[in-house]
Design a protein around this ligand. Structure first.
Ligand SMILES: C[S@@+](CC[C@H](N)C(=O)[O-])C[C@H]1O[C@@H](n2cnc3c(N)ncnc32)[C@H](O)[C@@H]1O
Length: 229
């Protein structure tokens, strides 16, 4: 079993900063992989990787990687990819490190927030992110867009899968109210309605951000969004 190091990529000012963990509560983390297996998240990861069109040798940053299941899906599909998982949750990263060690795959892991990414300007081929942006507040999402635009090389792509939809819900315009919202959405996932992921990428300077696939999942509407630098 290989030992995988976790790099602390947090700025001094980010130490102790709050974040919303994968299952909403830190103590539920040990159940995360079990829950996502039950929820069939693996199929979403595999479809996202398929749409991402990553090539061997390309560098890939998985933002909000949690226990790194999307990173592992990238590595299963493109074993030659150079993948780094990035997440503020040290506990989730330790689980990711143990899994990578057991599987003997090459995975780098960085502890940090979506609005402060470590790579140099224009140095990354692909950013992927799964079910993470709805955990990030408005300022953090704006920061993520800015950082994604900064670190991607020209022609590099960002592919994001998360709860979300182009509209506000069946029959819903403006503010949502009970009965007029998408099934399964909550205060956090509603951040992604009304094309919000497309908008945050467009605001950051991506000119072709768009939803490339919509999936009606049993836990709510899922959007896959892609943009090219
Ligand atoms: C539902 S989990 C998704 C984990 C993984 N991507 C997957 O698909 O299984 C959401 C993740 O977002 C992370 N997260 C929360 N706030 C964040 C932030 N500000 N920046 C980056 N990641 C964040 C959480 O720690 C958690 O691991």
């Amino acid at each position: 079993m290989t030992t995988i190091q976790i790099i602390d990529g947090r700025a001094e000012s980010d130490r102790g900063r709050d974040f919303l963990p994968g299952m909403g509560r830190t103590w539920l983390l040990p159940l995360y992989d079990l829950f996502t297996r039950f929820a069939r998240v693996r199929a979403l990861h595999e479809r996202t990787v398929e749409l991402a069109r990553i090539e061997p040798g390309q560098s890939v940053l998985d933002v909000g990687c949690g226990t790194a299941n999307l990173s592992f899906a990238v590595l299963r599909s493109v074993p030659g990819a150079v993948v780094t998982g990035h997440d503020p949750d040290a506990g989730a990263l330790r689980i990711a490190a143990r899994k990578a060690g057991r599987r003997g795959v090459r995975l780098s892991l960085v502890q940090g927030y979506a609005d402060r990414l470590l790579p140099e300007d224009g140095s990354v081929d692909h950013i992927v992110s799964s079910l993470a942006l709805h955990h990030v507040d408005d300022a953090g999402r704006e920061g993520f867009g800015r950082e994604a635009h900064r670190i991607l090389r020209p022609g590099g792509r960002v592919t994001i899968v998360d709860f979300g939809a182009p509209d506000h819900g069946p029959g819903g315009h403006g503010h949502s109210h009970e009965g007029h919202r998408h099934r399964g959405m909550n205060t956090y996932t509603e951040r992604n309605l009304d094309n919000a992921i497309v908008s945050l990428l467009t605001d950051a300077g991506f000119t072709d951000a768009r939803e490339i696939e919509h999936i009606e999942h049993r836990f709510g509407p899922i959007t896959i969004v892609q943009a090219t630098r």
